[in-house]
Design a protein around this ligand. Sequence first.
Ligand code: AMP
Length: 117
Amino acid sequence: MSTLFEKIIAGELPATVVHRDARVTAFLDIRPAAPVHILIVPNKVIPTADDLTDEDESLVGHMMLVARDLARQHGIAKSGYRLIVNCNPDSGQEVYHLHLHLLGGRPLGPLLQRTSA
Ligand code: AMP
């Protein structure tokens, strides 16, 4: 069964795609947590960051550079942004197809609430 994001990459599920190339697809998050909230997703399925292999090194670098370019295009490079990758249940990962969140367009506040470690 294909993941939700595979369907978006294949064009079988609607999404606002803001970047597409041979290795990654980027589209707007359906429930944005900030004025700019973009997901950068590898075209091949990698369920979590824990499933990355050494062969994925350049893919991960490419995801970061696509995020940099999208931040510039959306006018948040200088004001600032946050890149997040959730991995497995404690992170709250909902979709098991690796994705990089690009968030910005307002002050984002502290990274995490400081509760007992
Ligand atoms: P995560 O919790 O890191 O797995 O993030 C999954 C993200 O996917 C959430 O921010 C969701 O709002 C987003 N999402 C879920 N379904 C869709 C969809 N059909 N199109 C765009 N974003 C989605």
